[in-house]
Design a protein around this ligand. Structure first.
Ligand SMILES: CC(C)=CCC/C(C)=C/CC/C(C)=C/CC/C(C)=C/COC[C@H](O)COP(=O)(O)O
Ligand SMILES: CC(C)=CCC/C(C)=C/CC/C(C)=C/CC/C(C)=C/COP(=O)(O)OP(=O)(O)O
Ligand SMILES: [Mg+2]
Length: 269
């Protein structure tokens, strides 16, 4: 049973749910009921995306990540497929309780997550753009409870998440080059070479740092996001120095710190 929890990648789901609640707060909505609904919807849909991703990645993961639930035979592929469909459906039903815009975002994101896992992941850049939009969309989803004005209020968190994710996804593609090559995936580092891909990842990271300093969320936000920015700049150094694994891990830590910065900005600005 634990494998059905592990395959969700619950830490990612919790981070995504936290981002959605922060997006709600940035849109000036302080409604616990709405917060629980959107957090639940994002947790379920993010988890569904991770499960369907592992289903379609099972051959590549048998090389790169043999300890994951499907390659290690703790979850059967067919069971994982139907598990993800059930999670997508439950997440969209919950999103519908938060309004039509939330339902539309949830349905679009669910389809994008499915087709990312089945097709887009193996295409250069399109896969990275999909995951980066999806990561940033958590803020838009939370803000959408307050309508289009709520979405607009979350432009900077969306942009920052997008840029940081682009940097991290390219670093992850560099990290996974061996298995991806054997699995026939046409990722950016495979097509353009590791050096060019690393330079592009670094560019996205530096752009993320610049954008983070433009956010209008007050001094405490700036104090905390400065720590996230240092982690992002460390990731740029690491990816340029051919340490893609260290780079993507540093960005993930930076994301967690940046969520705290946005929370402080939403509550205290
Ligand atoms: C300055 C800076 C670092 C800004 C980051 C901005 C920010 C607040 C980002 C939050 C991103 C977010 C909502 C993350 C939630 C879930 C997540 C980690 C999504 C990306 O997952 C895709 C990834 O490829 C999964 O791989 P792994 O993490 O290795 O399981
Ligand atoms: C806002 C709503 C309703 C949903 C948002 C859903 C979110 C936050 C998605 C974020 C991105 C995400 C968690 C994608 C899931 C698919 C995934 C694990 C992509 C990365 O997979 P790979 O490129 O295969 O790399 P690994 O599997 O090795 O991590
Ligand atoms: Mg995968």
């Amino acid at each position: 049973m634990l494998a059905f929890w592990e395959i969700l990648r619950p830490f990612n789901c919790l981070m995504a749910s936290a981002a959605a609640i922060i997006g709600l707060l940035i849109a000036m909505v302080q409604d616990m009921h709405a917060a629980l609904i959107i957090a639940g919807a994002v947790f379920l849909i993010t988890g569904a995306g991770n499960v369907i991703n592992d289903y379609y990645d099972r051959q590549i993961d048998a090389i790169n990540r043999p300890d994951r639930p499907i390659p290690s035979k703790r979850v059967r592929p067919q069971t994982a497929f139907y598990y993800s469909i059930a999670l997508f459906a439950a997440g969209c039903i919950l999103a519908g309780l938060a309004g039509r815009i939330c339902l539309a975002i949830a349905a679009f994101n669910s389809l994008l997550l499915f087709f990312y896992a089945r097709n887009l992941k193996a295409t250069p850049i399109l896969g990275n753009l999909s995951v980066s939009y999806l990561t940033g969309s958590t803020f838009l989803f939370g803000g959408a409870v307050a309508g289009f004005m709520g979405i607009l209020a979350n432009q900077v968190p969306f942009g920052l998440s997008f840029l940081a994710s682009m940097s991290r996804e390219i670093a992850k593609d560099i990290e996974d080059m061996v298995g991806d090559q054997q699995g026939g995936a046409r990722t950016l580092p495979i097509l353009a070479g590791e050096r060019a891909a690393a330079a592009l990842a670094g560019l996205f990271g530096v752009a993320g740092v610049a954008l983070s300093l433009l956010a209008p969320f007050g001094r405490l936000y700036l104090l905390i996001v400065a720590v996230a920015d240092l982690l992002l700049l460390l990731s740029v150094y690491k990816v340029i120095r051919k340490d893609a694994a260290g780079s993507q891990k540093a960005i993930k830590k930076g994301m967690a710190v940046a969520l705290l910065a946005f929370l402080a900005g939403a509550l205290l600005s």
